[in-house]
Design a protein around this ligand. Structure first.
Ligand SMILES: Cc1cc2nc3c(=O)[nH]c(=O)nc-3n(C[C@H](O)[C@H](O)[C@H](O)COP(=O)(O)OP(=O)(O)OC[C@H]3O[C@@H](n4cnc5c(N)ncnc54)[C@H](O)[C@@H]3O)c2cc1C
Length: 310
């Protein structure tokens, strides 16, 4: 964001915001702490955080922001590092968009704010297979589509049938998966907000689906630092290699800046030991990238999304 845009945005008064957000039925919070919206528990506040009440409310807030030329950032929160100065302008959380229903042909419709764990629990109860690979991914279903979240066992693109988006003018559009190119940790979607998703699953044996999910969760417990705040994998895996292996080989497991630490358990995770600031995490990222470059000649690319201002 340019300095001019930043200055222009921070010049909005409470009255301006009340006018811009007139008629919005969802929750509106001024200077909302984003620490409680991020799995890293790090970051400054959102100037204004809106949690739309439903998809119509989302359309309305997007249209009204568009009329004011206000940029919008959507926070799911589990692959994000919010800088310490927070995010000026409008931030949306889809926490209130949490409807799920089963449709004919083993299809699940889930609104964007539904968490992957909830969605997987719903699929298990209906004996629907196909999402087991995602057990333990904590993001929202919308964030998982945008990121094409995945593991070595599967990716979001394997199950997405269609995506309901709200375009920058606040209009709903449904896009079939066939029209969405997916790549490693990215869905190439048109500009806008993912409001809901249709997932194509298949009938399965309840006990087998549940068993597989439990096994994957257990594997994560053993291999990932789940008792400390983190944002999942920090770096993308380079082709044919693993970022964690490269960090480990560079001798950086356990490296620390302030309360930010490269996990001892999984070298591609950074954890917040208590009071880490975004600046600490960013300094640690620089240190790890430099160390890996020196040890292996590889430049690691960020998977983590870094947003906001210092
Ligand atoms: C313990 C742990 C384990 C994890 N394991 C995995 C794993 O195995 N595999 C994996 O891929 N990831 C993993 N992650 C990372 C994370 O859960 C995924 O990347 C997930 O897809 C992020 O979803 P989110 O809703 O939190 O989105 P965020 O992280 O908040 O956002 C990611 C990006 O998507 C955008 N976005 C979010 N919602 C919307 C929306 N509705 N419309 C438009 N844009 C949107 C954001 O603006 C941002 O640019 C893990 C994270 C943790 C903390």
């Amino acid at each position: 964001m340019s300095r001019v845009a930043r200055k222009e945005q921070s010049a909005r008064t409470r009255k301006d915001w009340e006018r811009i957000l007139e008629g919005i039925r969802g929750t509106i919070t001024y200077e909302a702490s984003l620490q409680s919206y991020t799995s890293f528990r790090i970051g400054g506040p959102a100037e204004v955080l809106v949690e739309p009440a439903d998809v119509d409310d989302l359309c309305r807030v997007v249209a009204q922001a568009h009329a004011e030329r206000l940029p919008i950032f959507v926070v799911g929160g589990t692959n994000l590092l919010v800088r310490d100065g927070g995010i000026r302008g409008l931030v949306l959380s889809l926490r209130q968009l949490k409807a799920i229903r089963q449709e004919p042909g083993s299809v699940l419709y889930a609104e964007g704010g539904v968490g992957m764990p909830t969605l997987i629990g719903y699929a298990i109860r209906r004996s629907l297979a196909g999402l087991e690979w995602g057990a333990g991914i904590p993001g929202t279903v919308a964030g998982c589509v945008v990121m094409n979240a995945g593991t070595r066992l599967g990716e979001m693109k394997d199950s997405v049938k269609a995506v309901r988006m709200v375009d920058p003018k606040g209009r709903v559009m449904d896009i079939p998966a066939a029209e969405i190119p997916f790549s490693y940790r990215k869905a190439h979607l048109p500009r806008g907000i993912v409001a809901a998703v249709w997932l194509q699953l298949k009938p399965g044996a309840h006990d087998q689906i549940e068993k597989t999910v439990k096994e994957y969760l257990q594997y994560r417990k053993i291999t990932q630092p789940l008792t400390l705040p983190s944002a999942g994998c920090v770096f993308k895996n380079p082709p044919q290699d693993s970022a964690g292996r490269l960090v480990d080989v560079a001798g950086l497991k356990g490296a620390r800046v302030g309360d930010a630490q490269v996990s001892e358990k999984h070298a591609n995770f950074m954890v917040n030991l208590g009071h880490a600031r975004a600046a600490d995490v960013l300094a640690l990222i620089r240190k790890v990238r430099a160390g890996v470059k020196k040890a292996s000649g590889v430049t690691l690319e960020l998977e983590l999304k870094v947003v906001g201002q210092a």
